[in-house]
Design a protein around this ligand. Structure first.
Ligand code: PD2
Ligand code: ZN
Length: 283
């Protein structure tokens, strides 16, 4: 039976500060092996609610407006120098699963370049804005400046073309590595709009609007990218990717994009991530 240890206390307070809903947090804890009643008590405690006062289970009407995503329609998208296949499109949240975004050689090249440069990943502290090492995210990563050499530039161009968003609005690419049991618990990629720590992140490029997670290897067990409130789980396949968009033209943010990297159960997992901003981002 799982218990709320210091790492889970940290996860609870972090996700309350990020604006996660109690239901999504209870769901994530149950998926991680907690008994539902224990999860409910812990989450309500974190929100300062008595369990008997908790909100009813019925969800409020969803205010987010799903306007047109910028990604091209069709089953095959010409992305700069490569044809990318579309495997699945979801409307709510706006999510697309792709195959063949990167070739096997490109995946291997990125892993080879990154393996000896990895540093333990950090997470944005919503209160201070600082990058903290926390137990919610057990991966290590390395950043590549936008277009820092010809190889990275080709990938940046392809990704910008696929996401149909200006290259200048992209953060640098990040390669992440998870060992066995590594995970990234459910979170939002956008910065919590009303948290003081977000101001320093908005100063350059504004809010994040969409993410592309590209898988660099086949994961032997686990390691899916999960969207617990949408009931979606995307398996990691070498060269494949998942795109999701969380800010619409009215600058609303979509809470259905709560997502995480499920624990790696066997082998390891390598991904490449791109976050796009609403305006130009000086890399
Ligand atoms: O590695 C993943 O699957 C993953 C899942 C959720 C990565 C991220 N989020 C991220 O880097 O934001
Ligand atoms: Zn994420």
């Amino acid at each position: 039976m799982r218990v709320v240890d210091a790492a889970w206390e940290e996860w609870l307070s972090c996700n309350v500060a990020r604006g996660c809903t109690p239901d999504s947090m209870i769901d994530a804890m149950v998926r991680a092996g907690f008994i539902a009643d224990d999860a409910r008590v812990a989450v309500h405690h974190a929100f300062g609610l008595r369990t008997s006062e908790a909100a009813p289970a019925t969800a409020a009407p969803h205010p987010y407006r799903y306007d047109d995503a910028p990604v091209a329609s069709g089953n095959l998208i010409r992305a700069y120098d490569r044809d990318v296949r579309v495997l699945l499109r979801c409307e709510r949240p706006q999510l697309i699963v792709f195959a063949d975004v990167l070739s096997p050689e490109e995946c291997r090249e990125l892993i080879g370049r990154s393996r000896h440069r990895l540093k333990r990943s950090t997470t944005v502290n919503p209160v201070t804005g600082s990058e903290d090492v926390i137990h919610n995210r057990t991966s290590a990563g390395v950043w590549y400046r936008r277009c820092e050499d010809a190889f990275i530039e080709r990938l940046d161009q392809r990704i910008a073309s696929l996401m149909n968003w200006p290259l200048e609005n992209g953060e640098g690419l990040q390669v992440l590595h998870y060992g066995t049991s590594g995970e990234y618990r459910p979170h939002f990629d956008y910065f919590a709009p009303d948290q003081p720590g977000s101001a320093m992140h908005f100063a350059q490029g504004g809010q994040r609007v969409a993410t592309l997670v590209i898988y660099l290897n086949d994961v032997a067990g686990g390691g899916e990218t999960i969207f617990p409130d949408a009931g979606i789980s995307v398996a990691a396949r070498e060269g494949g990717a998942v795109y999701f968009r969380y800010m619409n033209g009215q600058r609303q943010l979509d809470p259905l994009t709560l997502h995480g990297g499920a624990p790696v159960l066997a082998g390891d997992k390598w991904v490449l991530t791109k976050w796009m901003r609403e305006r130009a981002y000086g890399c």
